[in-house]
Design a protein around this ligand. Structure first.
Ligand SMILES: Nc1ncnc2c1ncn2[C@@H]1O[C@H](COP(=O)(O)OP(=O)(O)OP(=O)(O)O)[C@@H](O)[C@H]1O
Length: 309
């Protein structure tokens, strides 16, 4: 599979402080790479280096297999949106996009603009002045600019921050359809749940260090699973029966029993049989997987839980 983005020991030091510490990551063609980290983890700094906006203290960036060098010609192949995108406030969405398309040297600018506007469901706002757009629509305009020249690589820094749920779905669909067409998408976020729905691979960065790169499928396998059991009557009695049968169970504040033994998670019907034998009616029996958020907290330390709230 063709490698589209690669960093080699990418490092950035500001005033003697290491902001990014030997980050080596790799993204293949058609992947949606979710770059996950808390605020201040080093996501924007990494992205700015991927785009050649700031120089690494050491390390290299390769795009399309070629080393990123100052004044290189990789720009036509890359689309990006970093933080809140700039647009001319007194011009309309259409005018902004046409200007931008012309600046990019796109020949059939009007067609390109119409296509980008359609893709982002911005048609209703095409004649709205940018200063009157909601934050979410301004963000969509930023993404429209990023895709207008149909780049092979799309790099987006926190693109769903300001979007409402419908906007998030629209962006998710758009990015997935672009990836299906072979576009490589690199997207940073601290919104874990969304990343698990969108990304095909996830890189977790914390305090400038890339802790783990993992496919969403691997992630599914790694996530802890639990069996939740709700019974009529006293849950302590059910817990006692489970312990007698060799299962470890915990009763939650909501009086639900939680079992994490693989034997219970893989065969909930056994648990049901134990309850039936003891004459305890069961009203809930459900296996749930750990959310990305709690997985992430395990990785970076639970003392950071407060920061995510
Ligand atoms: N020009 C700079 N000079 C000094 N420190 C900087 C500079 N730019 C960023 N930093 C510091 O580098 C760290 C990483 O910042 P960065 O913006 O890359 O994080 P982030 O993961 O993108 O977080 P956020 O989501 O808050 O933007 C922060 O501690 C930030 O204060």
């Amino acid at each position: 599979m063709e490698e589209m983005i690669r960093t080699e020991e990418l490092t950035k030091v500001y005033d003697g402080r290491t902001i990014l510490d030997r980050v080596s990551l790799k993204v293949n063609q058609g992947e949606i790479y979710g770059f996950l980290g808390l605020n201040g983890a080093g996501k924007t700094t990494t992205i700015r280096m991927l785009l050649g906006m700031i120089k690494p203290t050491s390390g290299q960036v390769y795009l399309h297999g070629r080393r990123l060098t100052p004044g290189g010609d990789l720009w036509n192949q890359v689309g990006y949106m970093v933080e809140v995108p700039y647009a001319y406030p007194d011009l309309t969405v259409r005018e902004n996009l046409i200007l931008y398309a012309q600046m990019r040297g796109i020949r059939r600018a009007r067609n390109a603009v119409n296509e980008a506007v359609d893709q982002l469901s911005l048609s209703a706002y095409i004649d709205t002045k940018v200063k009157n757009l909601s934050l979410g629509n301004a963000q969509k305009l930023g993404i429209a600019k990023a895709v207008i020249h149909q780049p092979g690589i799309l790099i987006l820094d926190e693109p769903i921050n300001a979007l409402d749920p419908a906007g998030i779905v629209a962006i998710r669909e758009l990015l997935k359809s672009l990836a299906d067409k072979g576009v490589t998408v690199f997207i940073s976020s601290h919104i874990l749940e969304e990343m698990s729905k969108l990304a095909s691979r996830i890189g977790i960065i914390h305090q400038g260090v890339l802790l783990q790169e993992i496919s969403v499928r691997e992630f599914e396998d790694l996530r802890a699973k639990k069996l939740y059991l709700g019974v009529r009557g006293n849950p302590e009695l059910a817990k006692q029966k489970l312990i007698e049968a060799g299962f470890h169970a915990k009763v939650s504040a909501e009086q639900i029993l939680e079992l994490s033994n693989p034997g219970a998670v893989q065969r909930p019907e056994l648990i049901n049989q134990i309850m039936a034998k003891a004459g305890i009616p069961v009203y809930l029996l459900r296996v749930e997987e750990e959310e990305l958020e709690s997985y992430f907290l395990h990785m970076v330390g639970s003392d950071l839980a407060k920061e995510l709230k």
